[in-house]
Design a binder for this molecule. Structure first.
Ligand code: ATP
Length: 323
């Protein structure tokens, strides 16, 4: 192994830059040459490559977004696209690649490694925290803190007016951000794709809880919840309960930006170093994770297959706090 490439792919997440820095510097320390691929798989297909030296990754550890940019690529889903991508890697003498992204990005890597002799190691980076086998994905903690800060502000105004707010947070398939932020903000109800029992809790709260407390209500809604999102559920509640003052707030893309928290930076750095160690040890088709504070290696096929988990205990705690 003498030259490796790395890229970021899929949705951006705060802490991706810290991972780029760690991979680059750990590789250089092991006497490897490093090539950065810009714009994910699309850049791989187009040969949008740049050499990375230790100084190129200075001053980025604290920045959100990704200096290599990111993209979604439909072309890479086709055999022709992957064949072009392989030609580009071969021409640049790259046979090992670190992919920083979410489950889709790892599926792409798995697909390509079945067709061509390329070793991929993955670093999980997504604000959804929905990969199996790792307690953390890079960006989740930062996004969680952004949501908590925003909801605290919404709570101030909700209490002042005695209003019920439906706050929509990101998570098309995963309710982790909604569940964790709901607990941290003392939300009265959370609605997440993984559990349909929470609809009944909302009903109870609107009928009894809100009146008893005579205060305010925060309902956190994951965008992928079966209710169809905050806007839709608020419309229905307005029809059923015209006496209540209902408002909606969709937090949107602020959840993806901002400076990564200390833990996101530290985890990104640990995983970046572990990714290079894994490649040097001849590993491939694995995701680096952190479980019980230890670095672990999880085969891609496991990391992506069973990704929609939710901690039932946390869900119970959330319910208990709203008796
Ligand atoms: P996030 O969780 O933030 O959405 P992600 O990595 O899951 O991140 P995706 O858009 O699902 O984001 O995937 C990133 C890219 O990976 C896709 O645009 C596509 O190019 C490639 N990809 C995903 N799935 C496959 C697949 N089954 N085969 C080939 N390529 C794939």
């Amino acid at each position: 192994l003498s030259r490796i490439a790395l890229f970021t792919s899929g949705g951006d997440a705060p802490g991706m830059n810290a991972a780029i820095r760690a991979v680059t510097r750990a590789a250089i320390a092991a006497n490897l040459e490093v090539i950065g691929i810009r714009r994910g798989y699309q850049g791989m297909i187009e040969g949008d490559f740049q050499p990375l030296y230790a100084s190129d990754v200075s001053g980025i550890i604290h920045l959100g977004g990704t200096m290599l940019r990111t993209a979604r690529s439909n072309a890479f889903r086709t055999p022709e696209g992957r064949s072009r991508a392989y030609e580009q890697l071969k021409n640049a003498a790259i046979d090992a690649v670190v992919v920083i992204g979410g489950d889709g990005s790892f599926r792409g890597a798995q697909e390509m490694s079945q067709e061509y002799p390329v070793s991929f190691v993955g670093i999980p980076a997504t604000i959804d925290n929905d990969m199996y086998g790792t307690d953390y994905t890079i960006g989740f903690e930062t996004a969680l803190n952004t949501v908590v800060e925003a909801v605290d502000k919404i709570r101030d105004t909700a209490r002042s007016h005695g209003r019920i707010f439906f706050v929509e947070v990101m998570g098309r398939e995963a309710g982790q951000l909604a569940l964790h932020s709901g607990i941290a903000c003392g939300a009265e109800v959370i609605l997440i794709p993984e559990s349909n029992a929470e609809g009944g809790k909302l009903h109870d709260f609107l009928k009894h809880g809100y009146k008893n407390k005579e205060s305010s209500g925060i309902v956190i809604v994951a965008e992928g919840d079966e209710s169809g999102g905050a806007m839709k559920i608020a419309e229905r509640v307005r029809l059923d309960h015209p006496e209540l003052e209902v408002r909606v707030s969709i937090l949107g893309h602020i959840q993806r930006g901002g400076n990564p928290t200390a833990d996101d930076r530290i985890n990104a750095t640990r995983m970046g170093v572990a990714a290079i160690e894994a490649l040097l040890a001849g590993e491939k088709n694995i995701m680096i994770g952190i479980a019980r504070d230890k670095i672990v290696q999880v085969p891609f096929k496991i990391a992506v297959k069973l990704c929609h988990r939710i901690d039932e205990q946390l869900l119970d705690i959330q319910r208990l706090m709203n008796i």
